[in-house]
Design a protein around this ligand. Sequence first.
Ligand code: FAD
Ligand code: NAP
Length: 342
Amino acid sequence: MLARCDENLQPYNTLGLAARAKAVVTVDSNASLREALAWARERGLPVIPLGEGSNVVIAGNLDALVLRMATQGTVIVEEGADRVLLRVSAGENWHRFVSWTLDQGFYGLENLALIPGTVGAAPIQNIGAYGVEIGPMVRRVHGVTVVDGREFVIDGAACAFGYRDSVFKHALQDQVVITEIDLELSRRPAVRADYPALARTLKERGIDEPTPADVFRTVVDIRRSKLPDPAVVPNAGSFFKNPVVAAEKARELARCFPDMPSYPQDDGSIKLPAAWLIDYCGWKGYRGDRLGVHPEHALVLVNLGNDNGDALLSLAAEVARSVADTFDIALSIEPRIYGEAA
Ligand code: FAD
Ligand code: NAP
């Protein structure tokens, strides 16, 4: 097995944080995955699967084998008049895959265009954007268990998808490597264009009855206009999740902060936009110690050349502290943190 030892992880995470891993291996087949897991077991090393590193904070050196998931391939498992079932390898690039589905006339993923990362990472936090989450389209997740390299398959219900959440962040965290996911898509367009920013832009473009391709293009354009490209300004997208609070807490806050937007959830709780809370506390556009808060998007922390994960987490803690002091709300960090000092 070709493991690269004492490897710099900076090129492998979109925040561009510098830290080293004991070893890194590129996984391009299920056989090479089994071999890598056995190699790590023999040496007593934990394994960390990484896709494109767009949702991680590498805060220090990793005494682990990092698996760079690069398996490729998409097959049609079943095809009917209305639905199609696809099996997609974990290392496929998410946006390229979404674009391919539209070219084939397979619909459902258009609102999730331009999300960075790999297919295999998509179920981990149940990726979502513009009013759509991947969860309802996931029929099965295939993988192997880290402890013994055994294959497993679980169905969509067992994934326990929630808001930026799944079983892979709880009972199965660090226990499995996802190898493929089965997605059921529609062969008939079923456009969801009611998310406010999307609806507004479609209207501005004079598109009254959008096709899936219109939604795809519009989402791509909106995202390009307001989110920094990690290849230019290193970032991990939204650094904090939107807090969901009890209705009574939201009412109490609305009395003090009447301009605060709020989004009622099906269960009666209220989602508050973390970006608004952070902006209110004056952080939008902050720059210091070669780190910052993006001037167009207060949820996005950016690495301006500091390259140190611990320093980034200190900035995140300061931001969260001021939100807690002002609103009595605890923000939680969305990306997974690795290598944090104990
Ligand atoms: P990584 O960052 O490499 O990994 C993330 C986690 O998943 C890690 O814990 C890793 O161990 C685990 N993992 C990865 N692959 C596997 C595997 N095969 N098996 C087991 N575990 C695995 N997210 C959204 O939900 N919606 C958005 O709109 C969105 N927009 C973004 C915009 C920007 C500019 C950026 C930088 C990020 C954005 N994100 C968004 C976050 C990110 O793109 C997603 O979470 C994406 O799914 C991460 O994919 P990745 O391959 O980079 O995962
Ligand atoms: P936005 O449209 O400015 O809205 C701000 C926040 O308010 C969003 O995070 C969104 O929550 C929430 N929101 C807005 N309208 C809503 C509605 N009608 N019902 C429920 N919630 C509503 O958001 P943005 O930052 O530009 O992002 C656009 C979309 O891309 C969002 O869905 C966002 O989650 C996603 N995105 C995610 C990341 C990431 O790294 N996770 C990065 C960039 C963009 P939701 O987040 O729950 O949708």
